[in-house]
Ligand binder design. Structure first.
Ligand code: GDP
Ligand code: MG
Length: 163
């Protein structure tokens, strides 16, 4: 069947915005506030003649401190079970956050191929400073702006190259 590409990351990094951008429609709900329960959303996507299933994840339940981490952990683990490739989205605007390390640990444990995506790079001049994301041990971050559609063609190239 079609390869499965799962978008993961802590809340509010722009996963749903990226999902919508990559499938070319507003299928996922974009929330200004993190902590809203959402189901996983699936859409077929195609690039350079390669078809794949793209999966958005969210569903981190608003909860007392500490429980958010557990929510991320559970959902990412479930989504990754059927994944052929994970898009690990981080926020270039906020920089590296502790929850990013939680997601990175889960991805390492799942043992699936990962593409690190630095979202919210809304301008490339001057070049974005993404050096801190190397600390995640997920290789070179690929800068995009999901909201503005910047560099998302390069991201799609990188996705299909790994499938
Ligand atoms: P999710 O929780 O990871 O699914 O994040 P959302 O897609 O719901 O986006 C969270 C917030 O980030 C929303 O206010 C989006 O409009 C904003 N956002 C998403 N992508 C970008 C981007 O490329 N640039 C900027 N500046 N904001 C973005
Ligand atoms: Mg979302």
């Amino acid at each position: 069947e079609k390869p499965v590409v799962v978008i993961v990351g802590r809340p509010n990094v722009g996963k749903s915005t990226l999902f919508n951008r990559l499938v070319g429609e507003r299928a996922a709900i974009v929330e200004a506030e993190p902590g809203v329960t959402r189901d996983r959303i699936y859409r077929e996507a195609e690039w350079s003649g390669r078809e794949f299933l793209l999966v958005d994840t969210g569903g981190v339940v608003a909860a007392p401190e500490g429980a958010i981490e557990a929510g991320i952990r559970r959902q990412v683990a479930q989504a990754l079970e059927k994944a052929d490739l994970a898009l690990f989205v981080v926020d270039a605007g906020t920089g590296l956050m502790p929850e990013d390390r939680v997601v990175a640990d889960l991805l390492r444990r799942a043992g699936k191929p990962v593409l690190l995506v630095a979202n919210k790079v809304d301008r490339f001049d001057p070049p974005p400073a993404l050096g801190e994301f190397y600390a995640l041990g997920m290789g070179e971050p690929l800068p995009v702006s999901a909201a503005q559609g910047l560099n998302t063609g390069d991201l799609l190239d990188a996705i299909v190259a790994r499938l």
